[in-house]
Design a protein around this ligand. Structure first.
Ligand SMILES: Nc1ncnc2c1ncn2[C@@H]1O[C@H](COP(=O)(O)OP(=O)(O)O)[C@@H](O)[C@H]1O
Ligand SMILES: [Mg+2]
Length: 225
């Protein structure tokens, strides 16, 4: 079976794209899938820095048409790889111009495109999602409310929106769990993998990471069947 292409996006900075990409990479490694990480955040490649040594990682600039072409070429040459793509903030323009280059090629290759769209509770998260769906025109998009930004009810704008209905015609709305700051700091500042955090952590920290990893697994099972 051809590997899936999992795009982690949300356009805005600080919404949680990188931490979701790390959690997803950790989850897929456990599934022993042949994994490829595409680090497309050229300004802040934090996922590549944490996972570059343990997962095959390619750096690509998806602001440029060349980047989208390189990505599509690589995916067609390696059908067995499951790809996780960590996207930068403000990736909307690239998607608008070149998104269909990828989505149509994947359709031709019979490879599934799954987008995890991370939101906070603000309105522009939704506007950018609309633009993404219009630009990409393919695959399945799931929305992840990142609970780091508040409990589910704080996402009222999304919860009662039209775009939620659009998403749920083929995708899902799910909650991405919050993890203690001292753990996320180790991922972001110390450039550690989740595996390394678990290995080196004192018992209390380890219990917290394990809880979070388990909750993430329950979430990812629903979007990467
Ligand atoms: N679910 C979460 N649990 C703990 N910290 C989080 C969570 N989501 C985001 N953060 C923190 O918020 C900040 C921004 O997250 P990040 O993943 O870098 O966002 P992005 O890649 O979208 O810019 C980081 O310091 C990160 O650790
Ligand atoms: Mg990021």
């Amino acid at each position: 079976m051809a590997g899936r292409v999992l795009m982690v996006s949300g356009s805005k900075g600080g919404v949680g794209k990188s931490i979701v990409s790390m959690a997803l990479t950790h989850y897929l490694l456990k599934q022993e899938e042949e994994l490829l990480l595409i680090e497309a955040d050229t300004a802040n490649p934090d996922v590549g820095k944490a996972y570059g040594k343990s997962v095959k990682t390619l750096y690509m600039n998806l602001d440029e048409k060349e980047g989208w072409m390189d990505l599509t070429n690589h995916l067609s040459e390696h059908p067995e790889q499951t790809a996780v793509i960590n996207t930068p903030a403000r990736s909307g323009e690239g998607v608008k111009l070149y998104g269909t280059l990828l989505s149509e090629s994947l359709r031709e290759l019979d490879r599934e495109l799954v987008t995890l769209w991370i939101i906070n509770s603000q309105r522009d998260s939704l506007q950018l999602l609309r633009e993404y769906l219009d630009g990409m025109q393919g695959g399945t998009t799931h929305v992840l409310r990142n609970l780091y930004h508040g409990p589910e009810r704080k996402f009222e704008l999304y919860n009662s929106s039209k775009i939620r209905e659009t998403i749920e015609t083929s995708g899902k709305t799910l909650n991405f769990p919050d993890v203690a700051d001292r753990i996320s700091d180790q991922l972001h500042s110390d450039r550690l993998t989740i595996e390394a955090v678990i290995e080196n952590a004192p018992l209390g920290n380890r219990a917290e990471v394990n809880r979070w990893v388990k909750e993430c697994a329950t979430l990812f099972e629903q979007v990467t069947p």
